[in-house]
Design a protein around this ligand. Structure first.
Ligand code: ADP
Ligand code: MG
Length: 345
């Protein structure tokens, strides 16, 4: 699990020494961060803007498996998935807090690897780590991450405000992360049965990267800002497209029509799906963890949107009486059902 040979026990440094070692490299990048790590609490000044806050809890064995997740990637992903929630409000993330619990199975070097990933994400997205908490657990690794962002009061976008006639759009492509985890789970099983067989993931880089090192769609929110586009509703795709569309429909009290042929799926994802004998559309609709943005726009904004190749128009919003439907490539009409990823199943 650890690529380092060194192993320093946590007890050698103690809690405060450890926090210091893990966070000393982080430099403040935002003017709004007045006091960061090191005091009883952080101080942030968001001025005239409104504050957006979101938190996530990640449990080893439920949300991630260290058998195939490098700690550096885990640190990166922990931050990114939280930022994705902030972007989904059409806001700009500025700070994160990180609570960790781990057993003495982990060494200082391993925790440093995790923080390398956290550091990389903070640099990439221009955000400050301003605090957290560090404690022990009897078993496994537990991570709690809270992200804070800012948005002008007239620009934040909720799930509940889609209107009949709006166009349904999604960024990037879908289904890749689900195939990535399917592949890693299969390789893990093969490895456990026969440890001499090393997995060959060379041709599957795209789907593996989609699950292990996702990115949040900062570029899309910036595109909205520079082109003066305000989506009428928005959500990030963490549980699968159909489940997210149904959230927008339910909370906005509308229906929708989705076209299978419009759903963006990368070529690498399609190839992997065929190898696993799974329908690529099913991966997009019901897989999870793609962290793309699903949003609706007024039809008048169509011309502003289509110039961006990272955005696909996949359907439209209908009135509340007509349910949520998908038209398949074969021309059949099916009700959309939520079979997204569920932590309790
Ligand atoms: P307290 O005892 O008041 O909870 P701590 O000793 O836990 O304070 O934390 C000291 C400082 O270090 C605080 O600024 C806290 O936010 C920060 N901190 C603690 N753990 C972490 C961590 N894992 N990552 C980043 N900052 C942390
Ligand atoms: Mg504390």
């Amino acid at each position: 699990m650890n690529s380092n040979y060194e192993r320093t026990e946590i007890e050698e440094l103690g809690e405060f020494g450890l926090i210091d070692r893990l966070t000393k490299k982080f430099e403040i990048q935002n003017a709004s961060t007045i006091v960061g790590v090191g005091d009883d609490a952080a101080v942030i000044d968001l001025g005239e803007k409104q504050t957006v806050i979101s938190t996530d809890l990640l449990i080893e064995g439920v949300h991630f498996d260290l058998a195939y997740t490098p700690l550096k990637h885990l640190g990166y992903k922990t931050v990114v998935v939280n930022l994705s929630d902030i972007y989904a409000m059409n806001a700009t993330p500025t700070q994160v807090l990180l609570g960790l619990a781990f057993s003495n199975r982990f060494s200082i070097e391993e925790l440093e690897e995790f923080y390398e990933g956290v550091y990389a994400a903070c640099k990439t997205y221009g955000i400050d780590l301003i605090g957290g908490d560090t404690t022990s657990s009897q078993k496994g690794f537990i991570i709690s991450c809270t992200a804070i962002g800012e948005v002008s009061s007239d620009k934040f976008v909720q799930r509940s405000t889609a209107q009949k006639g709006d166009l349904l759009c999604v960024s990037g492509d879908l289904g890749g992360a689900f195939l990535g985890i399917t592949l890693l789970e299969r390789e893990k099983k093969i490895f456990l049965e026969n440890p001499s067989v090393q997995p060959d993931l060379e041709n599957e880089k795209y789907i593996v990267q989609r699950i292990l090192k996702p990115e949040a769609r900062k570029d899309i929110v910036e595109f909205f800002f520079t082109n003066n586009i305000l989506p009428t509703s928005m959500i990030d795709v963490s549980d699968g497209l159909s489940s997210e569309i149904l959230h927008i429909c339910k909370q906005s009290n509308v229906g929708c029509v989705l076209y299978e042929e419009k759903i963006p799926v990368a070529e690498d994802t399609k190839q992997a799906a065929y190898k696993f004998n799974i329908d690529p559309t099913a991966c997009a609709l019901s897989g999870g963890e793609d962290y793309e943005l699903l949003f609706t726009i007024n039809q008048n904004d169509l011309e502003k949107i289509i110039v961006n190749e990272q955005i696909s128009v996949i359907g439209y919003i209908a009135d509340s009486q007509s349910d949520a439907y998908i038209y398949t490539k074969g021309g059949n009409k099916h009700p959309l059902t939520a079979q997204g990823w569920n932590a309790f199943k």
